[in-house]
Design a protein around this ligand. Structure first.
Ligand code: PEP
Ligand code: MN
Length: 328
């Protein structure tokens, strides 16, 4: 656990605070609101390593690349998210039945995906829409992943459910609607599981990185960012996929970045081109919705690709990554 203290806190006060917490703790100071600009104090501070000190230029010291130049790699099973190969996570929007999720898992594996996705707790816009199978769905997902040899990613929507979900899932997804649910961010920060943090659909890059900081500050360094499209004025697509943020984030943060062209476009015919474009922009991988029978999907049917399309997408992602690795 990392504990933030205000600037001006004395070393003794810091030790006292640390002693009150029974976990290993690193201390760092944040500027106080009434910082009057004491020159000597500023000079002392400049001599200290800048590490872990939020400033107005870098309010997210733990997520910042300036403080952590080496790129972070999050390992899940055999997959290295942020490593040399693009990682593709695939599976249905929702776990619907035992047969559906096992078929999806086998298809994802055969197509070359490295992780299986599937929602058990679904954040649906309407309370009358299919809400997911809950814990039963989670168990089915975990069994299907195990049978196919794929780690699983699933969304957790409330702090009280983090523990049971973390017991069965390899990666905890924070959905777009919950990116700024701070109690939830803190709880997944304490879970010890890798976290896939989706961008809020109206969140700035800075708000997103500060959300990541909430998880990091709890001592969980396994944070993966995921761009999934922003609310826009044009109803032609479900969202506007912001690929500009991909190379921008590579400058701002050491955290790996995935792109979700399924929610990002809302149209199955746009998943392939935008998935390829995301890898070309430098994304570390993709998370896509794939269903054995897209037309029958209980949620997000319009954006589900088939296993055959997924197979080609994986190959193209690898080819684009290889092209980017060519020396200039
Ligand atoms: C999902 O991945 O199923 C999902 C609901 O995504 P988002 O939070 O990006 O809408
Ligand atoms: Mn979905």
């Amino acid at each position: 656990m990392i504990m933030a203290t205000r600037e001006g806190t004395t070393p003794d006060e810091r030790v006292e605070r640390v002693e009150r917490v029974d976990q290993p703790t690193t201390t760092h100071s944040a500027p106080s609101a009434d910082d009057g600009g004491d020159r000597r104090r500023r000079m002392e501070q400049a001599e200290r390593p800048a590490l872990l000190r939020p400033t107005s230029a870098i309010p997210y010291p733990l997520a910042s690349r300036a403080h952590h130049p080496a790129k972070s790699v999050v390992q899940v099973g055999d997959a290295l998210i942020g490593g040399a190969e693009p990682v593709v996570i695939a599976g249905p929007c929702s776990v619907e039945s035992e047969e559906q999720i096992h078929e999806s898992a086998r298809a994802a594996r055969a197509a070359g995906a490295q992780l299986l996705r599937g929602g058990a707790f679904k954040p649906r816009t309407s309370p009358y829409s299919f809400q997911g199978l809950g814990l039963d769905g989670l168990r089915l997902l975990a069994e299907a992943g195990q049978a196919a040899g794929l780690p699983v990613v699933t969304e957790v929507m409330e702090p009280g459910m983090v523990e049971p979900v973390a017991a069965l899932a390899d990666v905890l997804q924070i959905g777009s609607r919950n990116m700024q649910n701070y109690p939830l961010l803190r709880e997944v920060g304490r879970s010890g599981r890798p976290v896939l943090l989706k961008r809020g659909y109206a969140a700035t890059v800075e708000e997103w990185l500060l959300a990541a900081e909430y998880i990091l500050v709890e001592g969980n360094s396994q944070v993966i960012l995921c761009e999934r499209g922003l609310r826009s004025f044009d109803p032609q697509t479900r969202n506007l996929l912001d690929l500009t943020c991909v190379p921008l984030l590579a400058r701002l943060t050491h955290l790996p970045i995935l792109v979700d062209p399924s929610h990002g476009t809302g149209r199955s015919d746009l998943v392939m081109p935008m998935g390829v474009a995301a890898i070309a922009a430098g994304a570390d991988g993709l998370i896509v919705e794939m269903h054995p029978n897209p037309e029958n999907a209980l949620s997000d049917a319009d954006q589900a690709i088939t296993p055959d399309v997924l197979r080609v997408l994986v190959l193209r992602a690898q080819a684009v990554r290889a092209a980017l690795a060519l020396a200039v």
